[in-house]
Ligand binder design. Structure first.
Ligand code: PLP
Length: 425
């Protein structure tokens, strides 16, 4: 099956070899079927192996292949129409499409600064981020992000962007004052913190207060929905749970459900008008808005709508959450089950009361993931050092069945026990 060249970029890391993807499962070269409880990297939403998508990919590629991003094509127009007409929060009607989450974050940071410069505020370049958080691996996103593990070793490359605690609006206001509002372009936040913390959900008044603070200081509010967007939390976008509209919304993963590399930023006409008034262009990425990727994404969104899958995500998320609560409410090494829709996390600890984490070097979350894979289930590791060392995330396709949920929860329980036993206390 495998050729002679080493597929893995870093030597010594063996990874599964997937030869087919079907429904909620990945089929390996050796015939094993892996239940995709993490939806890859919390991506797959309409399920794997949809023939309708393969058909759209073939058809769209045979009519148009590459066209430079600023020019239009029928799939590009159809996708922008569907996004603005049916998906994006009211008021966000300008769309720039890219090829993934990190590109989206970089574009959002660049847009925020360009907006400030064009509005006569050339010193506003800092983007305030949070501990913990994750905004991808571009230098802007890594700098604004608060994932200690993924920043480690790159400190010399990072921009001087400040960070505040993830749940404290007063700390944000104090930081804007301390930096000088005239130096702050934007604040960036995930509605529910994913990879860095395993689905931390903020207090109910957090985002409304943050929105008011950003408005007061002329700081743009960037909401990073790369993981939460396009239905994952049971609403089109997670920020809608708090009735807040950002200045720039950032998306990725769910837009194409894993069928094409896609991402995008979505903003208000007032933001792009500021650039237009100054004759300031907004440079594209060569593969941005790829026409076939747009056709595929448009069909993915259509399937989500036709099959009412966002509502199904909310419903199956409720089922999964209650099974997790039943199984882990009294588990000695699970301190919390949390999240929304089908973006759920379990925080893993050495001891619940008093709260004591395993040392970061023990790599408990990674060990749980390995144990689960040995039992033919994929779950997604999370945690980034303080304040959350170890968590696992579940983000299966919205089409997951109750029987698959049972299998997922059973394997997760066995894997946590095996991982803790292997590490010792
Ligand atoms: C919130 C958030 N932002 C940005 C990214 C980066 O996206 P990508 O890996 O597609 O570049 C991720 C990826 O997990 C993410 O969860």
């Amino acid at each position: 099956m495998a050729g002679s060249a080493d597929y893995n970029f870093v030597p010594g890391v063996a990874t599964p070899h997937v030869v087919a993807t079907e429904g909620s499962e990945l089929v390996l070269a050796n015939g094993r079927r892996i239940l995709d409880g993490g939806g890859g990297a919390i991506v797959t939403n309409i399920g794997h192996g949809r023939p309708e998508i393969a058909e759209v990919a073939a058809r769209s590629t045979s009519s148009v292949d590459y066209v430079i991003p600023p020019w239009n094509t029928p799939p590009r127009q159809a996708l922008v129409d569907r996004l603005v007409g049916s998906w994006l929060p009211t008021g966000l009607d300008r769309v720039a499409l890219v090829s993934g989450g990190s590109e989206s974050v970089e574009a959002a940071i660049r847009l925020a600064h360009a907006y400030q410069v064009c509005s006569g505020e050339p010193d506003r370049y800092k983007v305030i981020g949070r501990w913990p958080s994750y905004h991808g691996v571009g230098i802007g996103g890594l700098s604004a992000g608060g994932h200690r593990g993924r920043r480690a070793g790159f400190e010399r490359l990072l921009l001087d962007f400040p960070h505040v605690a993830w749940d404290d609006p007063d700390a944000l206001e104090a930081m804007i004052e301390a930096q000088g509002p005239e130096n702050v372009a934007a604040f960036i936040a995930e509605p529910i913190i994913g990879a860095a913390a395993g689905c931390l959900v903020p207090p109910a008044d957090y985002f409304p207060r943050v929105e008011a603070i950003c408005r007061r200081y002329g700081v743009l509010l960037i909401i990073d929905e790369v993981m939460t967007g396009f239905g994952r939390t049971g609403r089109n976008f997670a920020i809608e749970h708090w009735g807040v509209t950002p200045d720039i919304l950032v998306g990725g993963k769910g837009l194409s459900g894993g069928y094409a590399p896609m991402g995008g930023i979505y903003t208000k006409t007032t933001v792009t008008q500021a650039l237009a008034d100054k004759g300031q262009a907004f440079m594209f990425f060569t593969y941005g808005a790829h026409s076939s990727a747009c056709a595929i994404s448009d069909r993915v969104l259509e399937i989500l709508q036709d099959e009412d899958l966002v509502a199904r995500c909310a419903r199956m998320g409720g089922v999964l959450q209650s099974r997790l609560h039943e199984r882990f409410a009294n588990h000695p090494h699970v301190s919390e089950v949390r999240g929304m829709g089908l973006m759920l996390g379990l925080e893993l600890v050495a001891e619940r009361d008093p709260h004591r984490q395993f040392p970061v070097e023990a790599h408990l979350a990674q060990t749980v993931v390995r144990e689960a894979l040995e039992r033919d289930v994929w779950v997604y590791p999370a945690g980034s050092g303080d304040p959350v060392h170890d968590a696992v995330m579940l983000g299966p396709p919205f089409t997951i069945t109750e029987a698959e949920i049972d299998r997922l929860v059973d394997v997760l329980a066995a894997s946590i026990d095996a991982a803790v036993a292997s590490i010792g206390l």
